[in-house]
Design a protein around this ligand. Sequence first.
Ligand SMILES: Nc1nc2[nH]cnc2c(=O)[nH]1
Ligand SMILES: [Zn+2]
Length: 448
Amino acid sequence: MSVVQQKVVFVGTIASSSALDRLTILKGFIAIENGKITKIGSTEELNTNNTSKELLDFKKVVLDENQLLIPGFIDCHTHAPQFPNIGLGLDRPLLEWLDKYTFPLESKYVDVNFAKSIYGKVVQRLINNGTTTACYFGSLHLDGTLSLVDSAIKHGQRALVGKVSMNIVNDAGYYNDTAKELRDVECFVQKVLECKNDLVYPVVTPRFAVSCDATLMSGLSDIANRYGCRIQSHISENVKEIEHVLDVNPGCKSYSEVYDKSNILNDKCIMAHAVYLSEEEMSLLVSRGVSVAHCPASNTRLRSGLCPVRELIHAGLTVGLGTDVSGGDSSSILDAMRRAMDVSSHLEMLDTSVTRPALNWKEVFYLATLGGAKALRLDDKIGNFEVGKDFDAQLIDVFANGGQIDKYDYTMEGNEQDRVSQLLQRFIYLGDDRNITQVYIKGRKVKG
Ligand SMILES: Nc1nc2[nH]cnc2c(=O)[nH]1
Ligand SMILES: [Zn+2]
């Protein structure tokens, strides 16, 4: 990892979103000082005397005509310990998959050396894919999950990390008793805060209402409130899961009510999935300020369901994207963007009334960047390019050597603005890590 360049100016094509329906593609410059964006402007402005004087001692990075500067991707939900299972064991629905493949693997992270060996690769893989911020589930283990925090710090990634909490008995013996669990979570939160690293945050992480009883969840909510932490969990992912949760909580009318009774739902809470929420549940989550991590790859691979993201957004929920490895079979947010478009298109095709059109490429670009930042309550720092925000960015080379995108002696009609918009479109539909030639987190180059 290289040192932070104190003053850098990028010159070329810069794309970022300011809303779901607002993508700006600017030909111009973006100046960074000590990791923060200090000035953004057009090429004309760059060429004025004042600006060129101001930027005289800045290192210049000039993009070529097929390169783009875009914000770093934000993965709002992934399971770091599950990476050794990526692409494996996708033949069972959620609850069986957890018992057969996931809990046995996660149990192995009791061995800190094993944890270290995996987590270094996980963080590196995500950075390679342009993920500058990840919201991670760790495992049940305190020390193992602290080694995930260490890996994020070592690689300079912005990371929200949760030690997973579970106190309900399962066949793998993968749970803690309530008192130990609450002690370990508080210790985890304190140790992460003691790191005093401004890129890393502890997240209180009740796995889901199948693995945690109300006493544990209320205790976790208390810890989160005392330390001002975010909370993350899963909600309403799979029909059998919902039936089970309602069976063991006969006093509750919905899955959301189970969490609400334990005070889990608030404006620092990120819930993964939300595939089957009723309108009342959506309203409840909106009123509590909960955000949703939409995980289309996992919903498809585990055959959990088709998440109606447009409905969630329409209801007023803040939505970001998650890869949900290893329910999801890809650790790439670029892949999650395409999966989100696919699921949304399938829903549009299935719905003959077509009241809610499928998400388009500009909208998933927003969800992968500013939408994710809002969902994680980090949009004051990241998500797009604005003066005062941290510089978390990717340099995209659309026709990178060895990549999937070939350059033809043909371009669709249009002006220069259309040409650069088409470059971004091709990256979103066809690109991969080979096109992501440089990655920056708070101004520090972490790839390339
Ligand atoms: N996809 C997914 N859903 C869950 N629900 C509870 N735990 C998990 C998990 O590890 N993955
Ligand atoms: Zn998950």
